[in-house]
Write a protein that binds this ligand. Structure first.
Ligand code: C5P
Length: 424
């Protein structure tokens, strides 16, 4: 008889040669005491039979969306009692479906109708993995909060060698068990760099390692909002995208992330401890509150330099004459942290509209930062892409134009390299 505390997962198998590894994965999960409900696409049944999966899991396999099981509602019922859906292997085609919300068979409908987390383990030929469409789709899944496990690089079924092999069953079990324990996967997420950036930057092609495992990272992001009265305020143009992408990249590398954010309209990365604030003063308080034990502080927020000295408790009525507002300076949060007796490794951002190198380097020295990341406001604000210039004691280095998550991953790798000795 099944115990009530037994963890359940849905194991979705899609049609790739790595489907044979799903048998071992199911066997190992069952061995860990997990109740595994297998759902297969029709294509998957060409690679491995439902009978095999049923024998390994002790449960009938779901394949046909027109099956009368669960009153024809298997696509709803299965995920309602599951802790997570794990798609292994996830083909390029299935990833594309997930990214676009298609639901034309039982498994894709189940994913769309789920109320539980989704983990996917991609498996495909290296060119399919490197294809811009797949890269775009995987980025979309990550942005949607899906955990992407792998892929790995190595010899492929087709005889070619490269990125796209599904992770081995043992590794997937480890990641899934970590996920079930901690709510996020232990992480064997591969880097998803823009190919041109990768060629230029000579990024390693092996899977992203958890170089920041156990490290505590505090990130500020988004704008601050300084009230003038109950309905009006002063703010900076900032979407929060760069800061959130950095939080996502740090999570992928195993860090414990606290994300202190001003008002934005975007979704926070899953797994970060989120703290919402409005004003610079509130952001300053939140930073001080979460600073203890922090290894790295990354200040991406566009903090308003000034606040209204006397905000009105009532809506200010329109008059015919000029209105003068008295502004007073906000505290410089980053300068405060960087100048503490034992500061964490501090990274600042500078958005400039001109003379980027000169102003950024000036700011780095003034705030005593080991690393400052500069970008041009014309290229950065609100955009999905950006170009970053890193300033440190050894000079400057450009991370060429790419989407913000790719840049965030490259930046976090640089930061982890810089801190390797000190953080270990
Ligand atoms: O506004 P400024 O260009 O000086 O910002 C440079 C860096 O300082 C950014 O990383 C920003 O997040 C941080 N900053 C801050 N508090 C302020 C102003 C800026 O933490 N009041």
């Amino acid at each position: 008889m099944e115990q009530t505390q037994t963890k359940r997962i849905v194991l979705g198998i899609t049609g790739g040669i790595a489907a044979y590894k799903a048998a071992e994965l199911a066997r190992l999960l069952v061995k860990q005491g997990i109740s595994v409900q297998v759902a297969m696409t029709e294509a998957a049944c060409h690679f491995i039979t439902p009978a095999t999966m049923q024998a390994l899991t002790g449960r009938p396999v779901l394949v046909d969306q027109w099956d009368a099981a669960d009153n024809g509602m298997a696509h709803i019922a299965a995920s309602r009692v599951a802790e997570a859906i794990v798609i292994a292997p996830a083909t390029a085609d299935f990833i594309a479906k997930l990214a676009h919300g298609l639901a034309d068979d039982l498994l894709s409908t189940m994913c769309l109708a789920r109320d539980c987390p989704l983990l996917v383990a991609p498996a495909m030929n290296k060119q399919m993995w490197a294809n811009a469409a797949t890269q775009r789709n995987v980025r979309q899944l990550i942005a949607d909060g899906v955990q992407v496990l792998g892929p790995d690089s190595g010899v492929q079924a087709c005889g070619e060698e490269g990125m796209g092999r599904m992770l081995e069953a043992e590794q997937l079990v480890k990641d899934i068990m970590d996920f079930l324990r901690n709510g996020k996967s232990a992480g064997t997420v591969s880097p998803i760099p823009d190919i041109s950036v990768r060629a230029h930057e000579k990024e390693p092609s092996q899977p992203q390692t958890r170089k920041l495992s156990g490290k505590k990272i505090l990130i500020t992001a988004g704008p601050t909002y300084e009230a003038i009265d109950t309905v009006r305020g002063i703010t900076n143009r900032s979407s929060g995208k760069m800061g959130y992408a950095i939080a996502q990249a740090a999570l992928e590398m195993g860090a414990q992330v606290t994300l202190i954010s001003g008002p934005t309209a975007i979704t926070k990365p899953q797994g970060a401890q989120a703290v919402d604030v409005q004003s610079a003063a509130q952001m300053f308080d939140a930073v001080k509150q979460h600073l203890a034990g922090c290894d790295i502080f990354i200040s991406v927020a566009a903090v308003a330099d000034y606040r209204v000295a006397h905000p009105s408790a009532q809506k200010i009525k329109k008059g015919s004459g000029n209105l003068t507002l008295e502004l007073e300076p906000n505290p410089d949060i980053l300068a405060y942290v960087a100048n503490l007796p034992n500061p964490p490794f501090c990274v600042g951002f500078a958005a400039e509209s001109e003379n980027l190198a000169e102003y950024a380097e000036q700011k780095r020295r003034a705030k005593k930062l080991p690393l400052l990341v500069g970008n041009l406001v014309q290229q950065a604000i609100g955009s999905d892409d950006n170009e970053l210039v890193l300033f440190d004691d050894s000079g400057r280095q450009t991370l060429p134009r790419a989407d913000k998550l790719t840049l965030a991953r490259l930046l976090m790798q640089r930061i982890a390299q810089r801190k390797k000795g000190a953080l270990q």
